[in-house]
Design a protein around this ligand. Structure first.
Ligand code: ADP
Ligand code: ADP
Length: 232
C-alpha cells in the first residue's frame, strides 16, 4: 500500500552533509500497525516529514496506493495530505478553541458544510471517548484527553494512513496504555494503516505488527516484532 524506494534526504552541513535518511526501501501493508524505532538522531522525524511531504526528498520515491506523492504537483498534494492524518508528542492543539472546534478545524479547511461537519465531529467524539468534554478547552484536559482530541482531529477527513510521531512520549504509563488501546481499536474498526515512530520499545511490543529499526538514516533490521526483538 505504501511503497518506499531509495528514499534519501541530505541536509547540507559542514564539514560533511548529513544523510538524515539514507537510501531507504520499505513496504507497508494496508491495515497494518507498523513501528519505526530508533535512537535520537536516527532519522525518524525526517522520515515521517518526508511521508507527509513537509520535506521534499533529495531523491527516491514514495507511492501510496499507486500514487507517487513525491512527484505530485502542489495542488494535488494538498488533497493527498488529507489522506494522511498525523498526531504529535505535544498534541499541537489550538489552545483558544474547544474540543469540538479543534476537531472541526480540518473539516473547515476541507470545505465540509456546517451540518456535515457537526455530524462528523459528534461521530469522532464518540469514537475517541470524549463524550461530555466537547466544550472544554485543551488546558482543561488531561494529557490522554488532549491526545484523544489529536486523534479525532487526525481522523476527521477519513485518512488512509495515520502517522504517530512519539504520540505517547509525553504521557504516563497508564495513559500511554489507554491511548495505545484506542489506536488498536481504530485500526481494527476502520482498517486504518498506522505508522508509529517512537524511541520506546514497549510501545512497539504492545501494538505493532511489524517493526523497522532505524540507525543513521538506514533500516538496520525489519520484520515481525517478535522476530526482531527476540533474536538479537
Ligand atoms: P530522530 O527523529 O530519529 O531523532 P531526525 O530525523 O530528527 O532524527 O534527525 C536525523 C539527522 O538529521 C540528525 O543528525 C539531525 O541533526 C539532522 N537533521 C534533522 N533535521 C535537520 C534540518 N532541518 N537541518 C539540518 N539537519 C537536520
Ligand atoms: P487560534 O487563535 O488560531 O486558535 P491559538 O492561539 O489557539 O490559535 O494557537 C496557535 C498555535 O499556538 C497552536 O498551534 C497552538 O498549539 C499553539 N499554542 C497556543 N497556546 C499554547 C499554549 N499555552 N501552550 C502550547 N502551545 C500553545
Amino acid at each position: 500500500m505504501i511503497s518506499i524506494r531509495g528514499l534519501t534526504k541530505v541536509f547540507p552541513a559542514k564539514p560533511n552533509n548529513i544523510m538524515a535518511v539514507d537510501n531507504l526501501d520499505l513496504e507497508i501493508n494496508k491495515g497494518e500497525i507498523f513501528g519505526v524505532i530508533g535512537y535520537s538522531g536516527a532519522g525518524k522525524s525526517t522520515f515521517i516529514r518526508l511521508l507527509n511531504r513537509l520535506e521534499d526528498p533529495t531523491s527516491g520515491q514514495i507511492t501510496i496506493d499507486e500514487h507517487d506523492i513525491t512527484s505530485m504537483p502542489k495542488q494535488q498534494l494538498r488533497r493527498s495530505r488529507q489522506e494522511i492524518g498525523m498526531i504529535f508528542q505535544h498534541f499541537n492543539l489550538l489552545w483558544s478553541r474547544t474540543v469540538r472546534e479543534n476537531i472541526a478545524f480540518p473539516l473547515e479547511i476541507a470545505g465540509v458544510p456546517k451540518r456535515k461537519r457537526l455530524e462528523r465531529v459528534d461521530e469522532l467524539i464518540e469514537l475517541v471517548g470524549l463524550s461530555g468534554r466537547e466544550d472544554a478547552y485543551p488546558a482543561q484536559l488531561s494529557g490522554g484527553q488532549k491526545q484523544r482530541v489529536g486523534i479525532a482531529r487526525a481522523l476527521a477527513n477519513n485518512p488512509k494512513v495515520l502517522l504517530c510521531d512519539e504520540a505517547t512520549s509525553a504521557l504516563d504509563p497508564d495513559t500511554t496504555d489507554s491511548i495505545l488501546r484506542l489506536l488498536v481499536d481504530i485500526n481494527e474498526k476502520l482498517g486504518l494503516t498506522i505508522i508509529l515512530i517512537t524511541h520506546e520499545m514497549h510501545v512497539i511490543r504492545k501494538i505493532c505488527h511489524r517493526v523497522a529499526v532505524m540507525e543513521a538514516g538506514k533500516i538496520a533490521e525489519q520484520g515481525e516484532v517478535l522476530d526482531v526483538f527476540l533474536h538479537p
